[in-house]
Design a protein around this ligand. Structure first.
Ligand code: SF4
Ligand code: SF4
Length: 95
């Protein structure tokens, strides 16, 4: 049970500081979550802290690859608009 970071990550460091389990490390090309350390914050918080602070849609996904911050959730831009302009395909791919 762990979250993962995708290639949408912009390596902003925001999630590193808030993780209660020091599960996130800087890596190339994008930051990475240590599966052995990530608890999905279940014991510590009501929601995963990395996803709560992450400013990038689709940068953090669950074990099924489902984004915790899906397209449109932070920007308010309807996903169908992003898809219409070919922007949706840039996000959500696992790193
Ligand atoms: S879900 Fe919680 S424990 Fe897992 S990487 Fe994110 S902040 Fe760390
Ligand atoms: S907060 Fe999001 S964009 Fe920033 S380093 Fe973490 S996963 Fe990447």
């Amino acid at each position: 049970m762990a979250l993962a970071i995708t290639e949408a990550c912009v390596n902003c460091w925001a999630c590193v500081e808030v993780c209660p389990n020091a599960a996130i490390q800087a890596a190339d090309p994008v930051f990475a979550i240590d599966r052995d350390r990530c608890t999905e914050c279940l014991a510590e918080f009501a929601e995963p802290q990395c996803a709560a602070i992450c400013p990038i849609e689709c940068a953090i996904v669950d074990e099924l690859g489902v984004p915790l911050n899906p397209l449109g959730s932070l920007s308010g831009i309807p996903p169908e608009k992003l898809q219409a302009f070919g922007l949706a395909a840039r996000q959500g791919e696992p790193a």
